[in-house]
Design a protein around this ligand. Structure first.
Ligand SMILES: *Cc1c(COP(=O)(O)O)cnc(C)c1O
Length: 409
């Protein structure tokens, strides 16, 4: 095992030496909280508070409808271009729209029509919304919806595969696919791959162009700190953009929405993946969340994520040996969260939250901690493990108040 021995003052010295330390001051992180849930809902950037006031009071309040021509209408492209910088894409290859689920549907249906092949392939243990959306898209396009285990994905791509849909970083274990290798293998077999980047964008360095990725979607409210229900994004490689047609032909994806033409003419490029009117308040919040990354690189963020992981796994092994880590130890094989299995994971997670350490539970028996280098300190990792040790040693998790299940876990 990878036990380590370290003191609190050594951990605090890591924080003092951390080049990303100043970024924490750009977030509202409540006192007494160690926040390990940025992979589910990023915290509030302070800039978002002043910016929302400006957008509501000055723009909506005073400019009224004039706001559309004063910058609102271009927000999906402008914010998309900022995401492009974080994921290694060209600015005009990303647009912000709808939710990840809806974007997946649009891409699946649009891309499936490029080929007459009959199978839509995904991983059995893919995130459930991906499975649900894919099964619905398959029904509509007359594709066979096929799921296989993670280990069998590579060998299951064959001459019947129309589309391969994969989530790059697994929401539970944090296992990460080799994006370039799988995309290449699928393309070699004549299939297109759609990547879900929900647990990747803002979390790990991505090189979509270099890796020759053609299609992807991702989420705005996790590592991008866009706020609850922030809009999602869609990426289409330049060479495919004008060959795809969104099944949701809304007026915002029309070549000339304000011509009010009788027939649909798709906008050139990525714009055709818009459907309805963009949510300006949410887009403004997402833009502030992404702007926190300005002046840093995903490589620097990732290096700190690795250091947080190494401290977490090593100190947990030392202090809480009964928590079994299920995330890959090799950095290049995982994303930016760490998960542990325990038969009483649910109660332990609730007891941790009660003690100010906020992670989350994933059925049936996993506690998950997001490692988000923009605002997490090494000391927070130390605190999380210490609280966990206290909870396990005293069995304080074993109280009925920690076993009550609510709607959202
Ligand atoms: C969070 C997440 C989603 C979220 O989809 P929404 O439509 O925003 O609810 C989708 N896929 C994966 C893999 C996720 O982790």
């Amino acid at each position: 095992m990878s036990n380590i021995s370290i003191t609190l003052s050594e951990v605090q010295a890591l924080d003092r030496a951390d080049p990303l330390r100043p970024l924490r001051d750009r977030f509202l992180v409540p006192d007494g909280i160690a926040y390990f849930d940025g992979h589910s809902l990023g915290p509030l950037p302070l800039q978002t508070i002043t910016n929302q006031r400006e957008v509501v009071e000055k723009q909506w309040g005073e400019q009224l409808i004039g706001g559309w021509n004063a910058g609102w209408i271009d927000a999906p492209q402008r914010v998309g271009a900022k995401i492009a910088r974080l994921i290694g894409a060209r600015p005009h290859e990303v647009i912000v729209a709808d939710s990840t689920s809806v974007n997946l549907f649009k891409l699946l249906v649009a891309a499936s029509r490029l080929s007459s092949r009959g199978v839509l392939l995904t991983e059995t243990d893919n995130f459930h919304t991906d499975r649900y959306i894919a099964s619905g898209a398959a029904e509509i396009t007359d594709l066979q919806f096929r799921t296989v285990s993670r280990e069998k994905i590579g060998d299951s791509i064959d001459s019947d595969t129309n589309l391969l849909l994969l989530t790059h970083v697994h929401y539970g274990t944090a296992e990460r696919y080799d994006m370039a290798a799988i995309t290449k293998r699928a393309r070699g077999a004549g299939a297109l791959t759609i990547w879900d980047l929900c647990h990747s964008s803002g979390a790990v360095p991505l090189q979509l162009n270099n890796d020759e990725v053609e299609l992807a979607v991702g989420c705005g409210y996790k590592y991008l700190n866009g706020g609850p229900g922030a809009p999602a994004f869609i990426y289409v490689a330049e060479h495919l953009q004008d060959r795809l047609l969104s099944p949701l032909r809304g007026w915002m994806g029309h070549a000339a929405p304000f011509d009010f033409a009788a027939d649909y003419v798709p906008a050139p490029g990525i714009d055709r993946f818009l459907a309805g009117t963009p949510p300006i308040l949410s887009l403004a919040a997402l833009e502030c969340g992404i702007d926190v990354f300005d002046g840093t690189s995903m490589q620097a963020v990732w290096e700190k994520s690795i250091a947080l992981f190494d401290l977490f796994i090593g100190w947990m092994a030392e202090r809480c040996p009964e928590m079994a880590c299920i995330s890959p130890r090799e950095a290049e094989r995982r994303g930016s969260h760490i998960s542990f299995k325990h038969p009483n994971a649910f109660e332990i997670c609730q007891a941790l939250i009660d003690a100010g350490v906020i992670g989350d539970f994933r059925a049936p028996d996993v506690v998950r901690f997001g490692l988000t280098p923009l605002y997490l300190r090494f000391e927070d990792v130390w605190t999380a493990v210490e609280r966990c040790a206290e909870i396990l040693d005293s069995r304080s998790w074993n109280q009925s108040r920690f076993s009550a299940r609510r709607k959202v876990t």
